[in-house]
Design a protein around this ligand. Structure first.
Ligand code: ZN
Ligand code: ZN
Length: 129
């Protein structure tokens, strides 16, 4: 694996914050001031195609990258923040329902995150100005 690809993979899996390509780029730039954004994109695409990274696409926001270890996502409908959730494996249940084996599933659960909910409550309390 090319040197950058290995470091990019490590950056995404270790940060565990679902970074965008831009955030990975900034992280890489600390060690490699001359690295180009295009290089980071190229490696992220390559790693996603090889199945070493997971790409999370969400309409209206930039793609994010993630480790491939089995877990699911809670996505805030307000701010777009992504949180990891570890649900008991539902693959066997899906397979049972379908009566056939599946390769994978992609689950995105949408909610209002605690921060946004708090903000909403504060606004409600504020009432009329
Ligand atoms: Zn939120
Ligand atoms: Zn995740």
């Amino acid at each position: 694996m090319p040197k950058y690809a290995e470091e990019i993979l490590a950056a995404v899996t270790e940060l565990q914050q679902h970074p965008t390509a831009e955030q990975v780029f900034l992280e890489m730039k600390r060690e490699h001031p001359s690295i180009a954004l295009g290089t980071v994109y190229k490696h992220l695409n390559g790693l996603a195609e090889e199945g070493l990274l997971l790409r999370i696409t969400e309409q209206g926001s930039p793609d994010r990258y993630d480790r491939t270890e089995r877990h699911d996502h809670l996505i805030c409908s307000r701010c777009g923040k992504i949180a990891d959730v570890h649900l008991p494996d539902i693959q066997s249940r899906i397979e049972h329902a379908l009566g056939r084996e599946i390769l994978s599933y992609d689950l995105k659960i949408r909610y209002i995150c605690p921060d946004c909910r708090k903000q909403e409550e504060n606004n409600a309390e504020g009432g009329t100005q």
